[in-house]
Write a protein that binds this ligand. Structure first.
Ligand code: ATP
Ligand code: MG
Length: 364
């Protein structure tokens, strides 16, 4: 029996952080034996931000760093496929084909694209390739015809676009009736499934910084926003970040229970997410609300909690770092396997579009 597939991944714009762990990575580790898993390192998408594109060496380093982070987090390359986006030509080809089915205005209305332009300060002359990445991501996903896509909340608009284009393709080229239920598209003859997102236990972990000047909301933890605690941070670095972290400046005067709203205060967002001692969290939160305990004590406890989570991963990472040849081998073998799956999908799409002139075989 073949296992259902998972496709998800990361842009190599830095190392992986706690937001990745609870948003997606934790699910990947848990599901990797039940599903056939493909994890994409989306290196082409790392070039969408002009200031990053000026430092291609950093993008290359991030590809290796993310692979190390995966291995350290417990992704097993014997069962899961880790691969590099730029070495999968079928993805680039599908991007072009799918772009024909997506209205330009629909891409530009995507709220994640708008948020990223604002939060990453991309201004108005971001490259054409920046919004294009939303279309590219449809190809990244659909090339593997997965059942499940584990992601954080910011990815939902992208996944909606992915469902939209899958339906359109299947209706236009495979004769699938537009009244078909989403789950039945493949059964009805479609090439592409209408995929299901799977949100992590925390949909959007906030960063260690204060709220955005523009929106007043805390920003999500992100590699690009300098507000992340990384899975490879040394205990001292974790301590420094936690002790210096933003906390709600209104909390002392407030009697409103909303003051400890995790959305407003990263300290409690992190305790609620990562502290296994739920009784401590409930009790201490009550004291905090009443002004009976200060930030520093709660932060010290948080350092302990986070170091206990991160340190075993960091130690495993150090061991893998000693063998760069192994990391490249994992990527090469994964990319070869991913090409087999993506080529098969592309050929099915070309058949549906009546452009299947000569079958081809790719080798690495
Ligand atoms: P960048 O700043 O370059 O956009 P990022 O930190 O947002 O990086 P991505 O590579 O864009 O990370 O995201 C990879 C996956 O991790 C996506 O599924 C995304 O939803 C999830 N993710 C990233 N940050 C968080 C977060 N803070 N909370 C929950 N999920 C997250
Ligand atoms: Mg992102």
């Amino acid at each position: 029996m073949t296992k259902p597939r998972i496709l998800t991944g990361d842009t190599p714009t830095g190392r992986l952080h706690l937001g990745h762990w609870v948003g997606s990575l934790e699910n990947r580790v848990a599901l990797q034996r039940e599903y056939e898993c493909y994890f994409i390192i989306a290196n082409v998408h790392a070039f969408t931000n002009p200031s990053r594109a000026e430092n291609p060496g950093d993008i290359r380093q991030s590809v290796l760093d993310i692979t190390l982070d995966y291995l350290a987090a417990g992704i097993d390359p014997a069962v899961s496929t880790i691969f590099v986006q730029s070495e999968i030509p079928a993805i680039a080809e599908l991007t072009f084909l799918l772009a024909m089915l997506i209205p330009f205005s629909r891409v530009m209305k995507n709220p994640t694209i708008k948020d990223e332009i604002r939060d990453k300060g991309l201004g108005d002359d971001y490259p054409f390739g920046f919004p294009m990445y939303a279309v590219g991501q449809c190809a990244d996903i659909l090339a593997f015809r997965p059942e499940l896509v584990p992601v954080g909340e910011d990815q939902l608009p992208h996944l909606e676009l992915c469902c939209y284009v899958a339906r359109r393709f299947d209706q236009q080229f495979c004769g699938v009736n537009s009244h078909t239920e989403d789950r039945d598209y493949v059964k009805a003859g479609g090439v592409f499934p209408v995929i299901q997102p799977k949100l992590g236990r925390v949909k959007r972990l906030v960063g260690t910084g204060g709220p955005s000047a523009e929106t007043g909301q805390l920003l999500k933890m992100s590699k690009s926003l300098n507000n992340a605690i990384f899975l490879s941070d040394e205990p001292d670095a974790v301590k420094k970040k936690v002790m210096g972290m933003y906390t709600d400046p209104n909390r002392k005067k407030a009697t409103d229970p909303g003051e400890t709203d995790p959305a407003k205060n990263p300290l409690w967002a992190y305790h609620e997410t990562f502290n296994p001692d739920k009784a401590w969290v409930a009790e201490t939160q009550a004291k905090y609300r009443a002004g009976q305990i200060g930030d520093v004590d709660c932060k010290r406890k948080l350092v302990e909690v986070l170091v206990a989570l991160i340190e075993p991963m960091r130690q495993r990472r150090l061991a893998f770092e000693k063998d760069p040849g192994y990391v490249l081998k994992v990527l090469k073998e994964g990319t070869a396997r991913a090409n087999v799956a993506a080529e098969e999908t592309l050929y099915l799409a070309k058949q549906a579009m009546k452009q299947d002139y000569f079958p081809r075989t790719l080798t690495l």
